[in-house]
Design a protein around this ligand. Structure first.
Ligand SMILES: Cc1cc2nc3c(=O)[nH]c(=O)nc-3n(C[C@H](O)[C@H](O)[C@H](O)COP(=O)(O)O)c2cc1C
Length: 340
């Protein structure tokens, strides 16, 4: 059985990549992920915002200390913003820990200059590629400035000029024109798209009447959002399509590949079912392929994409109105009664 595929133009032994998350910060987890069959790992993101915040906290702590001890006139160490040194250090260790699979970094910077500056530092660690974790909450003054998606495109353009290693764009699912945005970034040279990121969502405890922040893990079945866009983008762009969000088993991957995905990323399933789920997912995909007589992924990739089926009803409609008005069309997709 040949499960090989590509992500960012790099050959992978199978379509199961570990999505960026905090489990990757521990070397023993990285090793286990590789042993269990992961084809590649995305290291947790470097968030520039967090670096600034940590620096601010450190500055405040030192100021307080100086006040308690008035004889200390200058702090013992340089308070200049130390940048992403710690992340780079961890990334180098992670790269060494993996034997035969690619490691990808992930970056979420704030300023245009830091996107390039940090990415160049990351490139030197020997990682095989960088995922751009594009998400910003626009500030009020951004409404009068550059559209955030145009800004992301400009950052991508700058990075493609500066870097030698490939670049993937990990997008938020909230765009008014997702296919247009992806096609534009594709023309700027993005090597892959990760569809989609999933965000931290606050909740409210109605007994205590307080806000809280539960781990926002995906649920089984959530893969459908990504599947739809994989289906629309297949053969529409040059870059590889990596489906992410709600991938829990090998059958989800079979569906995503059939829609047009080249690879997939998994995260929530690892938190819910442990690192052993990697092997199980690969086994399920292999068994399903065997049962269908498929010897490689290309044998069914895109089989049910928009490009192949030309099914506008499925891929172009998002509202339920059609389903209600067009019941004849809808009947094609409903289970048919069994004739006795
Ligand atoms: C605990 C946790 C930490 C995450 N950290 C990152 C991160 O550092 N960078 C990033 O781009 N995505 C991060 N993600 C998002 C995942 O990489 C992934 O895109 C998302 O969870 C959807 O995949 P899933 O449904 O398999 O969980 C994180 C997700 C979780 C649950």
């Amino acid at each position: 059985m040949n499960l090989t595929t590509q992500y960012m133009g790099i050959e992978l032994k199978n379509p199961v990549i570990i999505g960026a998350n905090h489990l990757s910060a521990r070397l023993s987890n990285l090793e286990k992920m590789e042993q269990n069959g992961a084809a590649g790992i995305v290291f947790k993101s470097l968030f520039e915002e967090q670096l600034h915040f940590e620096n601010l906290m450190l500055g405040t702590a030192i100021e307080e200390y100086s006040e308690i001890h008035p004889e200390i006139t200058s702090p013992a160490f340089d308070l200049d913003f130390s940048g992403p040194k710690e992340y780079i250090y961890q990334l180098k260790k992670a790269r060494k820990a993996l034997k035969n699979i690619p490691l990808f970094a992930s970056l979420n910077a704030v300023y245009d200059e830091s996107w390039v500056d940090y990415a160049l530092k990351i490139e030197k660690t020997g990682v095989q590629g960088i995922e751009l974790n594009f998400y910003t909450v626009p500030r009020p003054d951004d409404f009068y400035g550059m559209n955030p998606e145009d800004r992301q495109s400009s950052i991508l353009h700058n990075l493609k000029q500066a870097l030698k290693i490939p670049v993937a764009v990990k997008l938020s699912p909230y765009s008014n024109n997702m296919v247009g945005l992806v096609r534009k970034m594709d023309s700027l040279g993005a090597n892959a798209f990760v569809l989609f990121n999933r965000f931290f969502q606050p909740d409210i405890d109605i007994e205590k009447e307080t806000l809280h922040f539960p781990y926002n893990l995906s649920q089984e079945g959530d893969y459908k959002l990504s599947m739809r866009f994989a289906g629309m983008l297949y053969k529409n762009i040059d870059a590889q399509i990596c489906a992410s969000g709600g991938v829990f088993n090998g059958y989800d991957i079979a569906k995503l590949v059939m829609a047009g995905a080249d690879a997939t990323q998994i995260t929530s399933v690892l938190y819910k079912n442990g690192l052993g789920s990697i092997t199980q997912i690969i086994n399920e995909l292999t068994q399903w392929m065997e049962s269908k007589g498929y010897s490689n992924l290309d044998a069914f990739k895109g089989k049910l994409s928009h490009h192949t089926t030309k099914d506008d009803f499925v891929y172009s409609r998002a509202q339920y109105l059609d389903l209600l008005l067009n019941s004849k069309e809808m009947n094609k997709y409903l289970p048919q009664p069994v004739n006795k």
